[in-house]
Structures are given as structure tokens and as C-alpha cells.
Write a protein that binds this ligand. Structure first.
Ligand code: BTN
Length: 241
């Protein structure tokens, strides 16, 4: 594993994407602050709190795209790993499909995975993770969604570096198994953490909005939504509870 640390960068994901050809497999890019932190669906990720975690891990598994590589599932794998880690801090987190991490319905972490593909070759994948580790109530209130921070949950400040190292240990402990088996190796754990199952939900998909009951998660990590007595598989979208 190789570490690249910045006191400030535009975005660890952008840096990793731009430099993907020069970065080795399992390089971890992390920054104290980001000036252009990216969230999912072109949203911003506010990144001016130096003791939070802003990091991207570069992964270069040797797969061609014909093989069944679980690209979509790497974010779900990271979500399960973050929940495992928060459990070590005695915090019970849940997952909002596909990969928001919540504690008491408030967001504590977000994941943004991006891929770099040239022709039929996967050049690399970047799994970006932001975790609210050390924030004040005042700064949390400036975020445009209900958010919480680990220091506030535990009543003490959190070491970012310790959190990062524990995270990477957990991430790589089962990584080879995940590469071989895909979503099935985390399915049961993912479902246990999935706070939305059996609830009425709304999904904002790229071209449509769906309403229905979240029935299950299938073998590929897709959401099974029951709408008007019909089951529909949803692969991409944003869940609104
Ligand atoms: C989300 O919208 O929930 C995903 C947020 C992902 C934020 C992290 S912070 C580190 C990495 N660099 C970025 O610009 N974004 C991700």
C-alpha cells in the first residue's frame, strides 16, 4: 500500500483520476482539506474540516471488462467496511441504498466510486470516501442534509489517522475474497444494515422516479422495488425515504 498525503487538494478523486496511469494498485490518496470535494450526482462534498477523512483508494485489479467484475458493488463493499469499522467504535450505522452511511438517520459518510476505462481495459477504479469524524454542531448545520459526526456521537475527538489505518486494514482483509465472489460475500451483512428494506421509498433514477416498497437486494446488489404489484430491478439511483 502506498500513501499520498496533501494538506489541500481539489479532490482526492480528481487527483487519482488524473494520475491514474502513474498510481499503483492500492495507492491511498488523502487530504486534510479539499477545495472541490465531489459528491454523487454532481453534488458538492463540503471538505473544509481538516480532521475529517477525505480519501480515495486506487484499485487496479487485473480484469478485462468482459469478465464479471463487481464494479458497481465496490461502493457497497466499502459501505459494509465502514459499518464494520463504526461498530468497533460502538456506533451502530446503517446503509441507505446504494451506499450512504447513516447513524440515527443522519449521514456520517459518503462514498463516490469512479472508473477509468480505455477501450476494453479497466485502467483503474477510485473509491472515494468522506467521513465526518470531527465537526461542530454549527458546521454540521451548514450541510444541506441531516448529518452527524463521530466525535459528537462519542463525545471525544477522533484520530483521523487511526481511523484511516483501521479502515484500510478492514478493507483489504476481505478484498481478495470480494474480487473473487463479488456482492454475494457481503450480501447478508449488507441486508442487515439496509435500513430501507420493507419501507415505502422513492427512487430518483437518472431518467425516471419510482415509488414502491423496497422488497429485497438481489445477488448483484440491485434493489428489488415492488411497484403496483410488479417487481422491478433498480441498479442506479438515489433513494429518498
Ligand atoms: C456522496 O455524495 O455521498 C459521496 C461523497 C464522497 C466524498 C469523498 S471525500 C474524498 C473523495 N474525494 C471527493 O471529491 N469525493 C470523495
Amino acid at each position: 500500500m502506498k500513501f499520498l498525503h496533501f494538506t489541500e487538494v481539489d479532490s482526492t478523486n480528481i487527483y487519482a483520476l488524473k494520475n491514474i496511469n502513474n498510481l499503483k494498485d492500492k495507492t491511498v490518496v488523502f487530504a486534510d482539506t479539499q477545495t472541490a470535494g465531489k459528491g454523487r450526482n454532481n453534488r458538492r462534498w463540503i471538505s473544509g474540516f481538516p480532521n475529517n477523512l477525505y480519501m480515495s483508494v486506487v484499485l487496479k485489479p487485473s480484469y478485462s471488462l468482459e469478465e464479471n467484475f463487481p464494479l458497481f458493488n465496490i461502493t457497497q463493499y466499502m459501505a459494509v467496511v465502514v459499518c464494520r469499522l463504526l461498530a468497533l467504535y460502538q456506533v451502530d450505522a446503517s446503509i441507505k441504498w446504494p451506499n450512504d452511511i447513516l447513524v440515527n438517520d443522519k449521514k456520517i459518510a459518503g462514498i463516490l466510486s469512479e472508473t477509468c476505462i480505455q477501450g476494453n481495459e479497466l485502467q483503474g477504479m477510485i473509491v472515494g470516501l468522506g467521513v465526518n469524524l470531527n465537526m461542530t454542531n454549527e458546521s454540521l448545520s451548514k450541510i444541506d442534509q441531516r448529518a452527524v459526526s463521530l466525535n459528537i456521537l462519542l463525545g471525544k475527538s477522533i484520530s483521523r489517522d487511526e481511523f484511516l489505518h483501521k479502515l484500510l486494514d478492514l478493507f483489504f482483509f476481505n478484498y481478495n475474497e470480494f474480487l473473487e465472489e463479488g456482492f454475494s460475500c457481503i450480501k447478508d451483512e449488507y441486508k442487515k444494515k439496509a435500513m430501507f428494506l420493507n419501507k415505502h421509498i422513492k427512487i430518483n433514477a437518472p431518467s425516471e422516479t419510482f415509488y414502491g416498497i423496497a422488497k429485497d437486494i438481489d445477488e448483484t446488489g440491485a434493489l428489488i422495488l415492488e411497484t403496483n404489484g410488479r417487481e422491478r430491478l433498480i441498479n442506479v439511483g438515489d433513494l429518498i425515504c
